[in-house]
Design a protein around this ligand. Structure first.
Ligand code: ADP
Ligand code: MG
Length: 247
């Protein structure tokens, strides 16, 4: 049996004649950051959507801690411990930083959203939300509306929301997107420490971040994984150089 926390086997999705993902099999092992790189249109976001449950695959399976979750919804996977952050911000802009984190904690509890107000009074969920905010350094901004945060702070909050799920695995689509050099450095340092909490499947364009963080890298080209290995192995792989890094 595999000791992978998260594994995909043969995940495939076509849009008409276009094979967006084509037989993708990946393992996310305990404690690792596994980066998924590839050119624009390679199928990275499509794969993440299939892993998180937003998109049904045509074929293939997703297992979380050995359990087949392929037929489960996004919410059911989140409750099972799969935390996803989004490429495009999915935060409630008019609500406070704390309320957004509390929503994440509530989602993890499996109770419906309309119980948000009571959550603010539920000590356990409150503590869980505040602990996540402290973890990303947003505790002093708890009462600030999300609309007043900088882009970098919003990205930190997205990770905090994911953290409130007390996840078994993280799936992140371009957490450095739109961050300046300082923001990227801060997020890189933060993700570096996060892998001890739960392994991270990380889609990222920022190669400095990928090379700094990744224990392993998989390279996706035209929907297919053409190589998986350490950063050093990937950098000297002739197929990767020809298809991707060389351009
Ligand atoms: P990446 O994230 O690696 O840039 P995507 O997964 O977004 O790539 O896209 C992979 C391919 O699938 C692209 O050619 C894209 O145009 C296509 N695609 C993605 N989503 C859809 C969709 N909903 N309908 C049709 N084509 C899609
Ligand atoms: Mg994408």
């Amino acid at each position: 049996m595999s000791d992978a926390v998260l594994e995909t086997r043969g995940l495939s999705k076509a849009f008409g004649a276009l094979k967006a993902t084509d037989e993708v099999s990946l393992d996310l092992r305990p404690g690792e950051i596994h980066a998924l790189i590839g050119p624009n249109g390679a199928g990275k976001s499509t794969l993440i959507a299939q892993v998180s449950g937003a998109l049904r695959p045509d074929r293939g399976s997703v297992r979380l801690e050995g359990r087949d979750v392929t037929a489960r919804s996004v919410e059911a996977r989140a409750r099972a411990g799969l935390a996803r952050t989004f490429q495009i911000s999915a935060l409630a802009m008019e609500d406070s930083v704390f309320e957004n984190a509390a929503l994440g904690a509530l989602g993890a509890s499996g109770r419906p959203w309309r119980f948000l107000r009571p959550v603010a009074r539920d000590a356990a969920l409150r503590d869980r939300a505040m602990a996540a905010l402290e973890r990303v350094g947003l505790q002093d901004a708890a009462d600030t509306p999300v609309s007043a945060l900088s882009h970098g702070q919003r990205r930190q909050l997205e990770v905090a929301v994911a953290l409130t799920l007390q996840p078994r695995a993280f799936v992140m689509d371009e957490p450095m997107a739109g961050l300046g050099a300082d923001g990227s450095r801060r997020m890189t340092g933060f993700l570096d420490g996060l892998r001890d909490e739960a392994p991270i499947l990380l889609v990222e364009h920022d190669m400095d971040a990928v090379f700094a963080l990744a224990d392993r890298v998989s390279v996706l080209v035209s929907g297919r994984v053409i190589a998986t290995g350490t950063v050093a192995e990937i950098r000297r792989d002739p197929a990767v150089q020809a298809a991707y890094l060389g351009d």
